[in-house]
Design a protein around this ligand. Structure first.
Ligand SMILES: Cc1cc2nc3c(=O)[nH]c(=O)nc-3n(C[C@H](O)[C@H](O)[C@H](O)COP(=O)(O)OP(=O)(O)OC[C@H]3O[C@@H](n4cnc5c(N)ncnc54)[C@H](O)[C@@H]3O)c2cc1C
Length: 377
């Protein structure tokens, strides 16, 4: 295990941002606005030029946004922040040698690194192999593949969390379909929207019924080539959309970084690796060691400015000072695809067209702040 003091004392020269997720865009924006840390080489490694904002994908499917409206131009934002964009995917990390290897076999050396690559899909592990399965992670691949489906008639969505529920609504209201696809939502044993208040769950169940989406509170499984919810067959189904949560990328555990049981990088309240203090992590790829925190975009977004400040300290050879304190409650706005949305805030819930208007306003404002920065580039 690497020891902190030596690496902290050493002046960091190269910062490598691995992944262009929601936390790293906040880091880039901070440097674009306030100036980059001095005398440092900074790199952003990410496979795609854009970060797609997953919160606007259901709205795109339901015809409320253009396909590419909810994207942040990472290359332009990086340029604005004085960071070099390197197109590529990290497949291995050696925290001792301080190198990252990309899928093309190239090695990138760093002094300080920060990980924000998100998680990977769990469909194959949870459902098995079936050519009809479409995992929502990575979101870019999901968007490309779902865009090819012009007229699906019968779909299954596996996953009862907010992502699965929103996608069930969105696919039922699929803008390009001539006739409304039949949609079955299979939540798993945890039921509909686990962790949300009863009010939100009731509103979602009522909206699903109103829209004719069938709800199965059993585990989705594929047996002998057929998709089932418990004992009920859901065949024929043309497409099985899997929204089963995030798994950790294999290279995180393989790197020797401290990880939790599920293989996510364990970090402290400063987003710093428990085992390797010259490595930070935020968003879905990380797990806080001091508290349980759901994998959700909200936490990646709010941890971003804290990460920016702590990386700045790290580059100056100082220990991190800022701590990410999650709020007690966060506002979640779930698009029901029919021009309405459901709001959740702690035990409170609300629903209506105004909730969707609020969601669109918040989502577009989030995107616009980055577009404004890159327009100034
Ligand atoms: C349909 C849907 C709706 C959602 N709605 C909401 C919502 O309303 N609110 C909410 O809080 N959460 C929502 N979520 C969850 C949210 O999308 C994730 O929690 C969030 O995207 C995680 O952010 P992140 O910064 O960890 O990584 P991501 O946003 O996943 O970004 C990761 C980035 O890293 C890049 N990358 C990936 N692997 C590598 C690699 N090996 N090397 C280099 N770069 C890599 C990717 O290309 C990407 O740019 C939703 C999810 C889905 C699927």
């Amino acid at each position: 295990m690497a020891q902190g003091s030596a690496s902290e004392r050493r002046e960091a020269k190269t910062l490598l941002l691995v992944g262009g997720g929601h936390a790293h865009v906040a880091v880039l924006a901070d440097w674009a606005r306030r100036g980059a840390p001095p005398a440092t080489r900074m790199l952003l490694l990410t496979p795609h030029r854009h970060l797609r904002y997953s919160g606007m994908v259901p709205g795109w499917l339901a015809g409320q946004h253009d396909r590419d409206e909810g994207r942040v131009d990472l290359a332009a934002l990086a340029a604005r922040a004085g960071v070099e964009w390197v197109q590529g995917r990290c497949v291995a990390l050696d925290p001792e040698a301080r190198t990252v290897t990309t899928e093309s076999g190239a090695g990138i050396a760093f002094d300080l690194a920060s990980l924000d690559t998100g998680g990977v899909g769990r469909a194959a592990a949870m459902l098995g192999d079936d050519p009809r399965i479409l995992d929502i992670r990575p979101i870019e691949g999901f968007v490309e593949r779902i865009a090819r489906w012009r007229h699906p008639r019968r779909l299954v969505v596996a996953g009862g969390g907010a992502g699965g529920v929103e996608l069930a609504f969105a696919l039922r209201n699929l803008a390009v379909a001539e006739t409304r696809p039949e949609v079955a939502l299979v939540t798993g044993g945890g039921g509909l929207l686990p962790g949300f208040s009863e009010g939100v769950r009731n509103r979602a169940a009522t909206a699903l019924m109103r829209q004719g989406i069938t709800l199965h509170l059993d585990d989705a499984q594929i047996a002998r080539g057929a998709i089932r919810a418990g004992e009920t067959s859901l065949e024929p189904a043309e497409l099985i959309v899997a929204a089963l949560g995030s798994a950790a990328p294999d290279w995180v555990r393989a790197s020797g970084l401290a990880v939790n049981d599920a293989g996510f990088a364990l970090v402290d309240a400063h987003q710093r690796s428990l085992s390797h203090p010259h490595i930070f992590a935020a968003g879905d790829v990380a797990a806080r060691a001091d508290r349980a925190l759901a994998h959700s975009g909200v936490h990646a977004v709010f941890a971003g400015p804290v990460l920016a400040a702590n990386l700045r300290e790290g580059l100056a050879g100082k220990p991190p000072r800022r701590t990410y304190h999650p709020r007690w409650n966060n506002l979640y706005l779930m698009n029901t695809g029919d021009g309405r949305a459901i709001a959740s805030y702690g035990r409170l819930s609300a629903e209506g067209r105004w909730v969707l208007a609020l969601k669109h306003r918040i989502d577009k404002r989030w995107i616009a702040q980055y577009a404004r920065l890159t327009d100034q580039a």
